[in-house]
Design a protein around this ligand. Structure first.
Ligand code: DGL
Length: 283
């Protein structure tokens, strides 16, 4: 049963670092009346090159932190966690009766619906690509729609370190070089749809677009997942009644100063943003 006390609680969003802010940005636009707690594990980012066991341990810490803050729902704004260890998050959240929203299924469905030539490419971290989670989800949704969709994925290991270091401009030679390392495979495959299967990558979308033919559609996984999360919470009657006044709180595991320096870029704002540094028991 949904009681009003539950409705008034915040929504929790987490990522390995700041990439999930691209998802939070869309959630904030859609739900201006909600309080949202964002947790970025900035001390341990990036997760994408780590083993499943390590990612699972980190994901459990992240989820437990937000659950300890009394969130009413969790949006896991990290493709790496969703692909490699979402079961761990679901288990922790189930114990508290908190629904979990992930970032793979909704963009996979959007890609199946969008592709005209039935060829979808996925950019992701190594862990996401190795998991095959996007391919499996696309196959499932394509079958449901009576379609056959061919997929290919590339692990773009250079992207997260670039973005976390503030290199995102398409004018940057470094960014262009990194982007050109991965984009030829998309055109060679003949895809008309490219999933940005990592919440850091939308920061590079201008540079990626410039390196690809104009007809290729880019799908922002974090934004699409935020739309799905907002719609589901609305349908479940879990949203507050007010349409404004929601507060966002930020929690990070590394320096709050570094967060303030970079966070605005992810959220598309000049506003000064402050975070609370938290110490997880294991760190
Ligand atoms: N932003 C994350 C994702 O969506 C993870 C990046 C990383 O930590 O490697 O996959």
């Amino acid at each position: 049963m949904i009681d009003s006390q539950n409705k008034s609680k915040p929504i929790g969003v987490f990522d390995s670092g700041l990439g999930g802010l691209t998802s939070l940005r869309r959630l904030r636009e859609l739900l201006p009346g909600e309080d949202i707690y964002y947790f970025g594990d900035t001390a341990r980012v990036p997760y994408g090159g780590r083993s499943r066991e390590v990612i699972a341990g980190y994901a459990e810490d992240d989820a437990r932190f937000l659950l300890s803050k009394g969130v009413k729902a969790l949006l896991v704004a990290c493709n790496t966690v969703c692909s490699a260890a979402i079961d761990v998050v679901r288990r922790a959240a189930k114990a508290e009766n908190v629904p979990v929203f992930e970032v793979v299924d909704a963009p996979a469905l959007a890609a199946v619906n969008a592709t005209n030539n039935r060829r979808v490419f996925i950019f992701g971290t190594r862990a996401t690509v190795d998991s095959g989670a996007y391919e499996a989800a696309i196959r499932r949704f394509a079958e449901d729609n009576g379609k056959l969709v061919a997929t290919k994925a590339a692990a773009c290991s250079l992207f997260v370190p670039l973005v976390e270091s503030g290199y995102t401009s398409p004018e940057s030679e470094l960014v262009r070089l990194a982007v050109r390392e991965y984009t030829p495979a998309v055109t060679d495959f003949g895809a008309d749809t490219l999933i940005l299967g990592c919440t850091h990558y939308p920061l590079l979308s201008r540079a990626i677009k410039q390196a690809l033919p104009k007809n290729i559609l880019l799908i922002d996984s974090g934004a699409v997942a935020a739309e799905h999360c907002a719609a589901s919470l609305r349908t479940a009657g879990l949203l507050r009644d007010s349409e404004s006044g929601g507060v966002t709180k930020y929690f990070v595991t590394d320096s709050a100063e570094i967060f303030s320096e970079y966070a605005g870029r992810y959220l598309g704002t000049d506003e000064a943003l402050t975070a609370e540094k938290v110490v997880l028991p294991q760190l």
